[in-house]
Design a binder for this molecule. Structure first.
Ligand code: HEM
Length: 344
């Protein structure tokens, strides 16, 4: 984990690294667009996309489930919601990967802990991909203001605030990079972990096929099971006592979502994926509060549609080679999963 200088923080910060009213104002610009009632309107498009991805893939004898299924859906959907051109999406997936998987040589040439990446220290995630996404966002912003188009999420971001002030160009670029980074790989790795589980707990597939009620609880349990974000860091604003330890104001504290999601005081049999788990107060989307994940409704719906469509088409999924994890202490994800499926 690296600390940023004040200068770097100011250049790179997104609303995730801002607190209080300023955070609220920025988040509110898009909060409605990502709310449950708005996202549910996308169910048909998500389902259609899932069906297309699966129908194109399941004709293959064996394949990498990440490349062919899990990696495909999230960015295509986010691109659709943001109104981005279809032909740009593969490039955006590549850049989103390089940004977040900046410690894995399979995703970037600028591996954070292996090379001197100081040249990019003012860019998102200290990454050259951040520079590319900045350029892309700048073009988008100009294209949008020229076209006079006032619809869509990107326009919501640039709309003037009540006091007439508008978001700066840097803020817009960071906002855009934040959405690309957050919306790309977390849902992918939830789908990946879910498919991996289906290979090793075969009863899950038949439960999905037999019981429609399961969809009230299954998506959250798959996301708990996956826990794609290992941790986030907070800085304590005041002294706080917890279990005979004192966290002092100014201390930097890691909040391990991955650990809380396997806490046997909170979950019965936490190392088992139980699609009926209820209640399921997992922390894969954060611990709640003002910074809780903005994409909760979208992620849940994508996971639900994907596994509904998958379970309608296959009877058995077999892992046919070793799976590989991303090289990262931040994101927990299976990046390669060779499988074979028996169609229904
Ligand atoms: C299963 C998929 C996902 C998981 C596990 C996940 C997880 C998280 C986590 C752990 C946080 C930090 C919460 C905190 O600091 O307390 C977060 C924040 C965020 N997520 Fe997600 N996320 C997912 C999908 C998405 C999607 C699809 C989007 C869509 C754009 C998204 C957008 C965001 C944004 C913008 C934030 C920052 C919110 C803020 O600081 O106010 N996420 N997410």
């Amino acid at each position: 984990m690296e600390d940023q200088s004040y200068e770097e923080y100011m250049a790179r910060r997104t609303f995730q690294e801002i607190d209080g009213l300023q955070h609220r104002h920025l988040r509110m610009k898009v909060a409605r667009a990502f709310s449950g009632p708005v996202i549910i309107e996308f169910e048909h498009s998500i389902r259609h996309l899932c069906a297309k991805i699966l129908d194109d893939t399941l004709i293959l004898d064996s394949f990498d489930a990440i490349e062919k299924i899990a990696r495909e859906l999230p960015m295509r959907m986010l691109g659709h919601i943001l109104g981005l051109p279809e032909e740009d999406l593969p490039w955006l997936v590549e850049k989103g990967d390089a940004l977040i998987a900046n410690t894995d040589p399979d995703f970037t040439d600028h591996v954070l802990d292996k090379l001197d990446t100081k040249e990019f220290r003012m860019m998102p995630h200290n990454s050259p991909a951040g520079a590319d996404l900045y350029d892309y966002a700048e073009i988008l912003m100009k294209r949008n203001s020229k076209s006079g188009n006032t619809k869509g999420i990107l326009n919501m971001i640039t709309e003037p605030n009540e006091d007439g002030s508008v978001i700066s160009e840097t803020e817009f670029k960071n906002f855009f990079c934040q959405l690309v980074a957050a919306g790309n790989d977390t849902t992918r790795y939830s789908i990946a972990a879910g498919i991996h589980a289906l290979c090793h707990q075969p009863e899950l597939l038949s439960q999905m096929q037999k019981d429609p009620k399961i969809w009230d609880t299954a998506p959250d349990e798959i996301i708990r099971w996956a826990s794609p974000v290992n941790y986030f860091r907070r800085t304590a604003t005041e002294d706080y006592d917890i279990r005979n330890k004192t966290i002092k104001a100014g201390d930097k504290v890691l909040y391990w979502f991955a650990s809380s999601n396997r806490d046997n005081l909170a979950f019965n049999n936490p190392f088992r994926l139980n699609l009926y788990r209820k209640p399921n107060k997992h922390q894969a989307f954060g611990q709640g509060g003002p910074h809780v994940c903005l994409g909760i409704w979208l992620a849940r719906l994508e996971v639900k549609c994907l596994f509904q469509e998958l379970s309608q088409r296959v009877d058995k999924i077999t892992q046919v080679g070793d799976h590989e994890f991303l090289r990262s202490n931040f994101i927990n994800g299976i990046k390669k999963l060779p499988i074979r499926v028996n169609l229904k």
